[in-house]
Ligand binder design. Structure first.
Ligand code: MN
Length: 725
């Protein structure tokens, strides 16, 4: 093969620690050799006696990984971590001993690689693969962790032949979906190509073998053709005064394969088995040479790409064009500068240039616009050997990735709880969730989730969302679904309340509710009130947004109007266990107000709340004054006791401050057959004691009996019912 055809990618042969040290010293003369030898010794000792599936000593693997890291021109801590990367997982070496011997930096790198190694990729959907890549990026706090993991995976792929077939398939698949795209994202083209070719070899062996054979037979002919094109280009460049290197570049097998698949074409129809790359010195020259090529051969429309003007997200820059060549075939050109070529070949590694003192070049670091989105620089670059330590993930800092029990990855915002996870899976699961298991352990709904957690949602058919959930939920989706559910429930209740209120009022005026509800008149009132249906009108009535008088006045004939104008709704209340319902209507929510605790016998008023049914207050409740501004929502109600039940009442008893007063007072309350559910004692400066009780009584008569009993106790000064506090 002609020397002008460059063979990618570089392959690291079985390396020795001396080879590795020599390679590091070539690009980083300041590198500390001592620590590398110590790491080698620790790794050799830890893996002693272990062998790989292939039968070779295990130590070959960490050495090969370290060698790949020198291909990427990594710093010393990364290479030390490469040598040690399997020790925590597979040997007796502990995190602590690594930290002690090699420092926290190396320990964190080894730990990070171990952590990523534990992520199991289970789902093959495209979107899931993207989430996995993001998860890996977000879990690695340091970009070097990903590069070490990539080196590890590359060597494992190179030696995949030793494994059994199902394992080969799983690892190759994971590599193709997760790691090759990561290498691409980091701009390491040669690594991406090598990983993809290795994947193809194991995933589609027939396709791979036939491609290798076909390329071998066609390549000689293609090369002759490419050289004739290269000669023409070179001659013309000389004529115009351009200086540049012109190279033929064989496409990698996976590239050819995916082109055939994508376009549904046969191998014979893939013309650009070899592309031509022109590497010159300036940007201007790139565009000049492009113009020259377009004047030599006709460009194929739609195939010109200016990645110099608009670089790819991984910083790749180049001009791409395809022309119709001398024999009528498509020829692909890539035109770039030497610097752009280095970035394209080495990716992220192209940017850590070791200056005299091993410091990163500031100008180079500015090139990292995409990486600066991805990572956050800590500007403390004073420690020469650890400058890469400063690269941290930033792009995904607001996002976490968690697993479902099936292994799907769900993207959530930071601060999310199991409720967010439940709604992300399905609204029904959200509405029914009662708790969660995080990594197998029972956890409350308000627990904070973190990247990598496996979260199983526990549901119950009787569970419903509550307003409290809005405080726990973090994602807009979960919040919206909870609000939606609560709104629907409130509408249902309000409709019921509105219907009942109007029904009663209509009966009082001898009108038939059934007819009115169906009538055009009601629709008209609704539309005059800016509402779209009579149902919406009833809901508005139930919410208290539309007053009962407003509706009834328009339904009544003139004379009736005069007579019943300021009338209020009279209704009776029956008690039912702890709750209370309007007599004959069981499905309206009625609550006794907690501020005044009315009991049967008290004069009461009903207040139509917004969406929470009817709330019953004592007429002398201090809150009534505040509620009064909404007069239309106050309705007169009365007790109707059919069945005995107790209600809590707050009372206050003032006594002399003497021993035994509390016991005697309590005994008096019990003697009146009332239960004490709460008691508080305070003493005053003037030698008095104040007891605040909550007692459960049947009605006002029962309460009077309680007071009477208490007042018999010697030393009691005053008894009083309290409304608030
Ligand atoms: Mn490994």
């Amino acid at each position: 093969m002609d020397s002008q055809i460059v063979k990618q990618p570089p392959v690291s042969p079985a390396a020795s620690i001396d080879d590795i040290i020599r390679k590091i010293q070539a690009y980083n003369p300041q590198a500390s050799v001592d620590v590398l030898r110590r790491a080698y010794d620790v790794s050799a000792k830890a893996h002693e006696g272990q062998t790989r599936q292939s039968g070779e000593p295990y130590l070959f693997h960490p050495l090969a990984v370290a060698a790949i890291l020198t291909d990427l021109k990594m710093d010393v801590p990364s290479i030390v971590a490469g040598l040690l990367h399997d020790t925590i997982e597979d040997t007796l070496v502990s995190r602590e001993s690594i930290e002690q011997e090699f420092g926290p930096d190396v320990m964190r790198l080894v730990d990070g690689v171990t952590k990523i190694g534990k992520i199991r990729f289970k789902s093959y959907e495209e979107k899931q693969a993207e989430n996995f890549r993001k998860m890996i990026l977000s879990m690695a706090e340091d970009i070097r962790v990903i590069l070490i993991k990539l080196a590890d995976r590359l060597h494992n792929m190179r030696t995949l032949g030793a494994l059994k077939e199902p394992k080969q398939q799983r690892i190759a698949r994971e590599t193709l979906e997760i790691y090759a795209p990561l290498a691409n994202r980091l701009g390491i083209g040669w690594m991406k190509n090598e990983l993809e070719d290795l994947c193809l070899r194991y995933l589609k062996p027939e396709a791979y073998n036939s491609l290798v054979a076909k390329v071998a037979t066609q390549l000689a002919e293609r090369e002759r053709y490419v050289h004739s094109v290269i000669d023409t280009v070179k001659a013309t460049m000389e004529q115009y005064g351009f200086t540049a290197r012109v190279l033929g570049r064989p496409k990698h097998f996976y590239g050819i394969y995916s082109k055939m698949e994508r376009r549904e074409i046969a191998f014979e129809e893939v013309y650009d088995l070899i592309g031509i790359r022109i590497i010159t010195d300036t940007k201007i020259a790139c565009y000049g040479i492009l113009g020259m090529i377009h004047s030599l051969w006709k460009p194929v429309p739609g195939r010109f790409k200016d990645y110099i003007g608009v670089p790819k997200s991984n910083l790749y820059q180049s001009l791409h064009t395809t022309v119709i060549g001398p024999q009528g075939e498509h020829v692909e050109f890539q035109i770039r500068t030497e610097e752009m070529n280095r970035v394209a070949e080495e990716g992220i590694a192209a940017h850590w240039r070791y200056k005299e003192h091993g410091q990163i070049d500031e100008k180079d670091s500015k090139l990292f616009s995409w990486l600066r989105q991805l990572v956050e620089w800590q500007q403390d670059l004073t420690d020469n050997r650890q400058f890469l330590n400063s690269i941290k993930m930033d792009l995904f800092s607001d996002v976490i990735y968690v697993f479902t029990p099936k292994g799907d990855v769900i993207e959530l915002v930071k601060g999310s709880t199991p409720i967010d996870m439940a709604y992300a899976v399905h609204t029904e699961i959200g509405n029914r969730c009662t708790g969660a298991k995080i990594n197998g352990k029972i956890a409350p709904l308000k627990s904070l989730l973190k990247s990598g957690d496996t979260v199983e949602i526990v549901t119950s058919p009787s569970q419903v969302p509550t307003k409290d959930w809005l405080k726990i939920a973090k994602t807009p989706k979960a919040k919206a679904r909870i609000k939606h559910w609560i709104n629907i429930e409130e509408r249902k209740q309000s409709l019921e309340i509105g219907k009942r209120l109007l029904e009663r009022e209509l009966r009082r005026h001898h009108l038939s509710p059934a007819e009115v509800f169906k009538s055009e008149a009601l629709v008209k009132i609704a539309s005059d009130s800016g509402l779209s249906s009579s149902e919406d009108l009833l809901i508005a009535l139930g919410y208290g947004r539309v007053s009962l008088n407003h509706v009834i006045n328009r339904l009544l004939p003139e004379p009736a109007l005069k007579e019943g104008l300021k009338d209020k709704l009279l209704t009776s209340i029956g008690r039912q266990g702890q709750g209370v319902t309007i007599k004959g209507v069981n499905d309206i929510m009625i609550t006794l107000a907690k501020c005044c605790n009315p009991v049967p016998g008290d004069k009461i008023l009903g207040f139509i709340t917004r969406g929470r049914g009817l709330s019953i207050h004592a007429v002398d409740c201090p809150n009534i004054d505040e509620l009064d501004y909404d007069r239309d929502r106050l309705v007169e109600v009365d007790w109707d006791v059919k069945q005995a039940a107790t209600h809590p009442v707050k009372i206050s008893v003032v006594t002399m401050d003497r021993p035994g007063m509390l016991a005697k007072t309590s005994a008096a309350i019990t003697a009146a057959e009332a239960n004490i559910s709460h008691a508080e004692i305070t003493t005053t400066d003037d030698k008095k004691a104040v007891f605040n009780f909550v007692v459960d009584v049947l009605d006002t008569a029962h309460l009077a009996k309680v007071f009477k009993q208490i007042e018999r106790v010697e030393g009691v000064i005053q008894t009083r019912r309290t409304r608030r506090g």
